[in-house]
Design a protein around this ligand. Structure first.
Ligand SMILES: [Zn+2]
Length: 216
């Protein structure tokens, strides 16, 4: 499978942590890996809007590819470790979890180097960089090393654990589909990663089965 035939990564999960799990997927039976290399990771983080573009460009231009590849391998390891937690707990209220079992997330969060800055928030004065009448606190981060690219990943996983009812974390019902999503629909009736990929395929299969039973 050449990279040119790989589609853009999927962002259909309604939670970034599940989009992260979906960065390897086989929506039509063929598996695609969107975090194969360091440059892949940078590309995926850009699509996910998790890291400022200027930071990604700096790492892309100034870091050895082999170092970035190592970070991508760590991201894949984090992803597969988290997939096991989701597989065990999805579809039901999360069971009691030993604190030590979220150590990989806490270790990454502990390596964070973030800080707040006062930034102008006066929209009517948006183009005036010299002065403002209103300010807001904005979280920034010192992106000191390529390893810091893993911190926003730890943050989205932590957010899923803290904020999401695992009852509504679902795997697409497509028989060969591995995509996860958070069902935020009103009646919690979402069944597919997307109608375009698996929903229509299921509809067509149901239609074929109906036709067959009519013929019989
Ligand atoms: Zn699907």
């Amino acid at each position: 499978m050449t990279k040119s035939s790989r589609p853009d990564p999927f962002f259909i999960a309604d939670h970034p942590a599940l989009d992260f799990l979906n960065s390897v997927a086989a929506p039509s039976g063929t598996e695609f890996e969107w975090l194969d290399s360091g440059l892949d990771l940078i590309n995926w983080l850009q699509h996910a809007d998790l890291v400022p573009n200027n930071v990604l460009t700096r790492f892309k231009n100034e870091t050895d590819n082999s170092k970035l590849d190592t970070v991508a391998a760590q991201a894949r390891e984090l992803r597969e470790w988290f997939r096991a937690i989701i597989k065990t707990n999805a579809g039901k209220t999360i069971q009691s979890v030993e604190i030590s079992s979220v150590d990989p997330i806490n270790a990454l969060l502990a390596s964070d180097n973030s800080f707040h800055q006062l930034t102008p928030s006066d929209k009517s004065n948006f183009n005036n960089t010299q002065a403002s009448t209103q300010f807001a606190m904005k979280l920034s981060r010192q992106w000191n090393s390529p390893d810091s690219l893993l911190i926003p990943l730890a943050e989205i996983l932590a957010d899923l654990i803290c904020q999401t009812d695992f009852t509504y974390i679902k795997n697409c019902e497509g028989p060969s589909c591995t995509l996860w999503f958070h069902d935020i629909s009103k009646n919690h009736g979402r069944r597919w990663c997307s109608m375009a990929v698996c929903g229509n395929r299921a509809k067509a299969a149901a239609h074929r089965a109906k036709k067959l039973s009519v013929c019989n």
